[in-house]
Design a protein around this ligand. Sequence first.
Ligand code: BGP
Length: 460
Amino acid sequence: MLKFPQGFWWGAATSGPQAEGTFNKPHKNVFDYWYEIEPEVFHNKVGPDITSSFYHSYREDIEMIKSIGLNSFRTSIQWSRLIKDFETGEVDEDAVRFYNGVIDQCIKNNITPVMALHHFDLPVELYDKYGGWESKHVVDLFAIFASKAFELFADRVKHWVTFNEPIVVVEGQYLYQFHYPKIVDGRKAVQVAFNINLASAKAVQVFKDGGYSEDGKIGIVVNLTPSYPRSDSNEDKKAGDIADLFFNRLFLDPAVKGKFPAEIVDLLLKDDVLWSCTQEELLIIEKNTVDFLGVNYYQPRRVMAREEGFNGTEWMPHKYFDNYEMPGRRMNVHRGWEIYPKALYDISINLKENYNNIPWYVSENGMGVEGEEKFINSEGYIEDDYRIEFIQEHLEWLHKGISEGSNCFGYHLWTPIDCWSWMNAYKNRYGYISLDLQTQKKTVKKSGYWIKEVVEKNGF
Ligand code: BGP
């Protein structure tokens, strides 16, 4: 039997924009707006407006989460819901009532609430007015939002996350066109990466200065994609290192060590695309590192040296490397992502050896599957053995990392209850609990019963 450390977090994660629905929001975020102007981009034209209706059903949803034994739960506070006036920080009273309700309901059910402040959901108005994350003014507005959230909720929420997957904002909005406004502009992408690092550090600063770190902790959630080179050749290894710099270390290093890797600064300088920043801003980043790390892990990155020259007209990080379709990779065909559980062990050891053995947890991991209804059994629930196997294999490698000294304190599945996804809407389902979109009926899947036993035994 594999036993996990005492007090291990067994939980699941969702986000405000993917679960709440847009009911009663004073502002729109970039996805609310994008859906309004281009609904056809979203699978079956289903948008973020209704979702699993967490705004209305959070009480029962949290009770269901409890019923499958989970002891921790991450969601996010939507900037576009909480804040009425971005410049003054005036809050929306209905949003305060709602988030208070969510937090209190978690605590009542002995579930540790983890709250993120940004989950891809920039208010669209801040993009229209200031260029969103391109603007340092927006960085300051984020700090105002963060300080309001702490002031209102940090008496009960003791674990905060500044950003979820910040590199995905850079990729989606400025490089690969899967988040609104779908721009291709490498130079802006680099500035946005800097600004989000600064925004995260400023939120940490506000947290510490406000005295909230006396009994609370603040972290960041990064999606790590360990980069495995095609071969041992120097060229492939170099390609792997550069991919790692851009897609992992660009946020990991400043968040944990307070400094950007020198190699990335050199590369950007050489290409004449380095961000503009002041010494004072670098100092804020240096001084305000995180207390803990959340790691979202779904798939690794397989990389090789470029075989053909890069012929893009814009500067792009992948000027330096190419993706490698490794023969025989195990794939989740529904999502098109490789399944490689050992990466969780590699991440554990990397964090232990190269990041001061920082306390961390798996903040997302999971398997999106299309057409799960075909696995409904005669008792009316989904028999998702493939998900159980997926989780188990990942936990086995995580356990090995922990037993070798990595400081991991929890595992969250994406997601407790099937929820909306950015462009795929409800195509792929991830939850321990299924959602019938028509009736909003929620039913525990086999994996939900399974995890309950795992939590009870603190292992399997
Ligand atoms: C992560 C996001 C989540 C969630 C998950 C699953 O990148 O943090 O918000 O959506 O991926 O991916 P998808 O919904 O794209 O299938």
